[in-house]
Design a protein around this ligand. Structure first.
Ligand code: NDP
Length: 296
């Protein structure tokens, strides 16, 4: 392996320390404790793990964590009533509704019912519009984490060729807007892109957010490129024993690491950064709510 490993776990720990410092300052100087409310509807096992981790990390940095676990049969009206209460609760600075929601609930309606100032996931249509028009927004956590890692590694991103593979509303599109904001020349590729290999090969920055295990091989990568692998895919791992599985990204790590200048691993890359950015967004929301200077 010749590429430098971008250690998201380490980076996320640094961000959490900074967040904890801001939380202490808000408490000591202003008597304010930032609060994050997480709402989970139903018993999806992966969502339960995410919600548990978010709650634990929120408390670890000294913030208040409010968990609302609702049964799968919860009606849309009941959920909207809860959001309304949280919008009006002064101790709650950030609200996150864990997706996916059960089919009988209109997720867009619920997300857009969140007060945009408390929308720490950055999915409310107002925040999407603000980001797309280059204004101060709540920025979705996963692409924000990717951008932090890129800035840390590369400094000024101006003029670099960035290719984002994937155009989802939660990763690909906001990532593309953030990179445009950094003056990159941005290409967004997706399932209808012609000759994806050639498109990827021109990337100084390659962000993969597809959800297909190891689909991007090393020979699609420009020598020296910085590769951010957002994908989280579980594949069989018979070498670890019968029925065992392991996590891999959208990039074929071993071959890519021979060519890239730097690369994020999976797990331990983008994943840990996402929750750290959620905590950072909650502090930002808290500062804005109280008219205080925002952390850098
Ligand atoms: P979506 O399924 O919403 O979007 C996937 C995107 O990939 C779509 O735009 C799709 O194109 C594109 N795509 C699918 N197949 C191909 C192909 N063969 N070639 C090129 N593009 C293709 O996924 P998400 O954006 O939600 O997530 C992507 C990955 O990131 C997943 O593995 C997910 O688990 C992971 N993830 C990780 C997070 C983290 O914290 N690390 C957070 C969020 C997601 P089209 O639009 O044409 O269908």
């Amino acid at each position: 392996m010749s590429a430098t490993l971008i250690d998201g776990k380490d980076f996320a720990a640094t961000i959490r320390e900074k967040v904890a410092g801001h939380v202490r300052h808000l408490h000591e100087e202003h008597g304010i404790t930032p609060g994050l409310a997480v709402v989970l509807v139903g018993e999806d096992p992966a969502s339960q793990v995410y919600v548990r981790n978010k709650g634990a990390q929120t408390k670890e940095v000294g913030m208040a964590s409010f968990e609302h676990r609702l049964p799968a049969e919860t009606s849309e009206a009941e959920l909207l009533a809860l959001i309304d209460r949280l919008n009006g609760a002064p101790a709650v600075h950030g609200i996150l509704v864990q997706l996916p929601l059960p089919d009988h609930i209109d997720a867009a309606k619920v997300i857009n019912a969140i007060d945009p100032a408390k929308d720490v996931d950055g999915f409310h249509i107002s925040n999407v519009g603000l980001l797309a028009t280059g204004q101060k927004a709540m920025v979705p956590c996963t692409p924000l984490g990717c951008l932090m890692m890129l800035r840390d590694r590369l400094g000024d991103l101006s003029g670099l060729d960035a290719v984002v593979v994937g155009r989802s509303n939660i990763v690909g599109k906001p990532m593309a807007h953030l990179l445009l904001g950094e003056n990159c020349t941005v290409t967004v590729a997706h399932s209808r892109t012609r000759d994806l290999a050639q498109v990827c090969r021109r990337a100084d920055i390659l962000v993969a957010a597809v959800g297909r295990p190891q689909m991007i091989p090393g020979d699609w990568i420009k020598p020296g490129a910085t590769v951010i692998d957002v994908g989280i895919n579980r594949i069989p791992a018979p070498e670890r024993g019968e029925g065992k599985t392991r996590l891999v990204g959208d990039v074929d790590f071993d071959s890519a690491a021979e060519v890239a200048g730097a690369i994020t691993p999976v797990p331990g890359g983008v994943g840990p950064m996402t929750i750290a950015c959620l905590l950072a967004n909650t502090v930002t929301a808290c500062c804005r709510a109280h008219g205080l200077a925002e952390p850098e």
